[in-house]
Ligand binder design. Structure first.
Ligand SMILES: [Fe+2]
Length: 194
């Protein structure tokens, strides 16, 4: 069943801008490497990584229209920053249009920007693979410590990523999605970080 799903996703990817196709390809490679290292389901991680950015190229108004079409809840933050809808909208598209019934994959796509408390393994892999694919590390060397942690402790790598990301957002007076804060608080509740 997942191979039919992946075929549909790959057909969609072929219509995306070239730069986005390349980012998705790099994210899939990193996700498969991480999944293999931690003995996590490679096929699910690859499929979710393939789908995570299928609407990342849409304009803010197009994303808002898609969110309305697929009944994705649009809160005040999403209204102000529609780009944050690209994960939730992509998750609905694979569920509704591509008949994905695998909630590990749907959730990994939905929460790939913010994470969420009590993330599952597939969610963790897709979240961090998207953030540390080689081009992103090259563009932002402050992510290097995250990359160095990924094959030591995936939870520590995610915590380090969130720490780096929040500093950047605070320094640039940007909005912060409260779901990302919930993810941080959840990771900090884990005794191994104390
Ligand atoms: Fe991405």
């Amino acid at each position: 069943m997942n191979s039919d799903l992946l075929t549909k996703i790959e057909e969609t990817i072929l219509g995306l801008p070239k730069g986005l196709q390349e980012h998705i390809s790099r994210t899939r490679n990193v996700a498969c490497d991480i999944a293999s290292f931690y003995s996590i389901d490679i096929s699910k991680c690859d499929t979710a990584a393939a789908a995570h950015d299928i609407v990342r190229h849409l304009t803010p108004n197009e994303l808002l229209d898609c969110a309305k079409k697929y009944l994705v809840e649009i809160n005040e933050l999403y209204r102000r920053q529609p780009i944050l809808l690209h994960g939730p909208v992509a998750a609905k598209i694979i569920e509704v249009d591509y008949f994905c019934k695998d909630y590990d994959i749907i959730s990994a796509v939905k929460y790939h920007t913010t994470g969420r408390p009590n993330m599952g393994d597939i969610e963790k892999v897709v979240f961090i693979a998207d953030k540390i694919e080689p081009r992103k590390i090259k563009k932002n060397p402050s992510l290097k410590p995250v990359e160095e942690l990924i094959f030591k402790d995936i939870n520590l790598a995610i915590k380090e990523y969130l720490s780096v990301r929040f500093k950047i957002l605070l320094d640039s007076n940007a909005l912060i999605d409260p779901v990302a804060v919930d993810t941080w608080n959840n990771f900090m509740g884990n005794k191994s970080f104390n």
